[in-house]
Ligand binder design. Structure first.
Ligand code: ADP
Ligand code: MG
Length: 751
């Protein structure tokens, strides 16, 4: 950003004032100006000084009698006490600060004899009425005359996101210091004039004034709308550029084999033990068509849990391998990557044994590459990827590493996206000599505008049916405090196991003595543990008297002692286990050597053990709806019906109880996702649905602002289509670059 917004606050405000602001992440003028008020205080009604009621929000007109700053003896810090009077009654004003120096500006202004309007909430200290940290407007200082002072005092009071060391009023003062002298030439507007005119939006400087120092409610509302539009517009322009650049890129066309030619895909289809659903077939045709084009496919595949996305992806991968290329499959966790490799090898059978005795002549290999491989296995996998023997390479984010080379990477499939942001997609696209085709898959239904915001660089396809012949899932809420229900829960688990089935038991924590939910101790690098924390909803409407969260290790011990489960083998799985142990736990569970698996949400994403028919979720009321829906999708995947028992400690009538009940009532993922969005805050939504980007979206709400986002997208696309490099829109180009910097920074912090 140019103009004055790139200037450092130290230069503009001095080190003393700028230091504390830096702790809030406010370093430049632009940072401070984009630190918008969280809400606006009521200016209060003009009140007579003989009618000051405790606890009331008032504005009084009075004269300063005296003001003194002193350091406090009882606790660290300084205090300014002033007294104001209307001639008959007195009112104390009190300001606190860490250092006396911070109070000098108030002392300078509150000179005896000056008249002003003072606004705050009335409290009492040692028998005297007082206002703590009042807002005030002094006649002759902040306003020319009493009338103007009245006007100033009737403005809404901006209340900023603040901290204990930088209170809102100090931010307000800093903003005014920076904002007041700015002129049109100092601020640059990324929204072009024509677009502003068309949508009736105020200019940037006017809007900054109105949002930080509004005349009335209408003013800040208009300004806020404008900045929401700006955020959406810059984001959509960046996405439009990304789409346009990608469309210009060249990709290798990977056409289908002709009839009669040897083809992995044809052989695979011929051996498939089921018929594709209509959705699988038609999405498959779209993918086949796009893969045979010489420009990179960029597609998002949404599909309900269990709708069979893996087969769709595998068929696309086989088409690419048939055409001489390689495919990479990227999974969010090691458990899932290992499972994918196993699944693909078993689906492919001899087709995955290319070059081996007994393998198909035109077969290929599936290599697994994760961070935890032993040196020898890793070297082998790297060689297979680089030499091209492995047509399919499955891995975690380790595949993004520089050491990983492909002979001819033609397709990248990202499974269960939400931990892969735009930057990771870019890193992968950069791996091939020419851009590979990209397919991103997600099981969480994504509302249209979230998709536009988070995946705006991708086209979307959906799988809405689940394959026929699934018995489905029944869910029940089990009150944790009811011993009879809990007993019944374990006897149901026993019945299922006796039928040859298996059970998951999910807990939110690993160790009973951890304060944090599972994953709390893990680093950002440990992808397996991220899901645990991401969507865990914390005690809304709960109060402190709730029992502690249940933990994997404690529950596993308890189950081994539970009479109903006597003789069963109970295993554990969580993110703090060594990768090899995790894999062996999963494999033993899949093979039936363990019949009960107690785990964290590590199993949330995509784990597929068809014999698992029952899932018990402890503290179900503490998880987000989408996450519970994902978890539940792990059972009832075979022919036998699934059962999900949601153990809850939520009091009836609380939002937590509502969530769990909603889940028990419906299995419609799209309804649940929408409900989930309604029940949570925006930050959660963006945080879970995307990684990064949040720093550039301060005011925009992806759900409520759907229309605005659609408008901004249309305008931004038109601007970019007319002028791809934005040569005639330098302000917009600068805003996009600034946003990319932010993202880059966050990406690096997370990596
Ligand atoms: P998800 O979309 O949740 O990733 P998967 O791809 O893991 O679902 O598929 C779930 C299960 O359904 C797998 O065991 C898979 O083999 C099976 N499956 C996929 N497509 C079909 C189909 N058309 N008919 C029957 N079963 C299918
Ligand atoms: Mg899957």
């Amino acid at each position: 950003m140019t103009g004055r917004e790139g200037e450092g606050l130290t230069k503009v405000l001095g080190a003393r004032s700028a230091g504390p602001l830096a702790k809030l992440g406010l370093v430049t003028v632009g940072d401070l100006l984009r630190h918008y008020p969280r809400r606006y205080g009521d200016p209060g009604t003009l009140t007579d000084m003989d009618r000051l009621a405790l606890g009331e929000h008032v504005t009084v007109m009075a004269r300063v009698a005296r003001a003194t700053v002193r350091t406090m003896r009882s606790r660290a810090g300084a205090m300014l006490s002033a007294v104001v009077t209307d001639g008959r009654h007195e009112l104390a004003l009190t300001f606190f600060a860490k250092r006396a120096g911070a109070l000098r500006p108030h002392e300078d202004k509150l000179r005896p004899g000056r008249v002003g309007l003072f606004t705050g909430v009335v409290s009492e200290y040692r028998g005297t009425r007082q206002l703590t940290h009042p807002d005030y407007v002094l006649v002759g200082v902040d306003a020319d005359d009493a009338e103007e002072a009245m006007f100033e005092a009737s403005r809404p009071i901006p209340i900023y996101p603040a901290s204990s060391s930088v209170p809102s009023w100090r931010i307000q003062r800093a903003v005014r210091t920076v904002l007041d002298p700015l002129t049109e030439a100092d601020v640059e507007d990324p929204v072009p004039d024509e677009v502003r005119a068309l949508h009736g939006l105020p200019g940037r400087l006017d809007a900054l004034r109105a949002i930080h120092h509004p005349v009335d409610q209408r003013a800040w509302q208009q300004a806020r709308h404008r900045f929401r539009f700006e955020e959406a517009f810059v984001l959509q322009a960046a996405l439009a550029q990304r789409r346009a650049h990608a469309a210009e890129q060249e990709a290798t066309a990977r056409p289908l084999r002709g009839p009669g030619e040897p083809s992995l895909l044809a052989d695979f289809d011929a051996g498939l033990p089921f018929t594709l659903t209509e959705g699988q077939a038609s999405v498959g045709e779209d993918l086949a068509h796009e893969l045979s084009q010489a420009r990179p496919m960029q597609r998002l595949l949404q599909g309900e849990v269990g709708s069979g996305k893996t087969v769709v992806a595998l068929r696309a991968m086989l088409q690419v391998v048939d055409a001489g290329g390689q495919a990479a499959l990227l999974a969010p966790t090691e458990v899932l990557a290992a499972q994918h490799a196993r699944t693909l090898r078993s689906l492919l059978g001899p087709l995955a044994e290319g070059g081996l005795l007994g393998g198909a002549a035109h077969g290929t290999r599936v290599a697994l590459l994760t961070g935890s491989l032993g040196a020898a296995a890793r070297k082998e996998a790297l060689l297979q990827a680089a030499g091209g023997e492995a047509g399919i390479v499955v891995g975690t984010h380790a595949l993004l590493g520089d050491q990983v080379q492909f002979a001819d990477l033609g397709l990248v499939v990202v499974d269960e996206q939400h931990r892969f942001g735009v930057e990771q997609r870019d890193a992968l696209r950069a791996k091939g000599r020419v851009a590979p085709h990209v397919l991103v898959m997600t099981a969480t239904p994504i509302p249209r505008t979230v998709a536009m915001t988070v995946f705006g660089d991708l086209e979307t396809s959906s799988l809405t049916q689940v394959p026929a012949g699934r018995a489905g899932i029944t869910s029940h809420v089990v009150p944790a405090g009811n011993p009879r229900w809990m007993e019944r829960t374990w006897s149901r688990v026993r019945e299922e196991v006796d039928k040859g089935h298996r059970a998951y038991v999910v807990c939110p924590r690993i160790h009973p003595d951890d304060d944090l939910p599972a994953g709390g101790g893990a680093t950002a690098k440990d992808f397996d543990d991220v899901p645990d924390l991401l969507e865990l909803v914390d005690g809304d409407g709960a109060g402190d008297e709730r029992p502690p969260l249940r933990a994997v290790l404690e529950v596993a011990d308890m189950l081994r002692e539970t009479p109903a489960l006597a003789g069963l083998d109970v295993g554990v799985l969580h993110g703090q286990m060594a990768p090899a142990d995790k894999e062996s736990a999963m494999a033993r569970f899949a093979a039936g050597e363990l019949q009960v698996l107690v785990s964290t949400t590590v199993i949330e994403v995509g784990v597929d053990v068809p014999e698992a028919t029952v899932m018990v979720v402890f503290d179900a009321d503490r998880f987000g709806l989408s996450q519970l829906h994902q978890l539940r999708g792990r059972v009832g995947r075979g022919a036998a019906p699934g059962l999900c028992l949601l153990v809850s400690t939520a009091q009836p009538g609380t939002p937590a109880a509502t969530r769990v009940e909603a889940l028990a009532e419906t299995t419609d993922g799209f309804r649940l996702a929408t409900l989930d969005l309604e029940l949570r805050s925006e930050g959660d939504v963006l945080g879970a649905a995307q990684s990064g980007r949040s720093s550039s979206l301060r005011l925009l709400r992806v759900v409520q602002d759907a229309d605005l986002i659609a408008d901004a997208r249309r305008e931004a696309t038109a601007v970019v289509d007319a002028d791809l490099e934005l040569g005639s829109h330098p302000e917009l180009r600068a805003a996009i670059a600034a946003q990319l910097d932010d993202e880059q920074e966050e990406f690096l912090e997370r990596a």
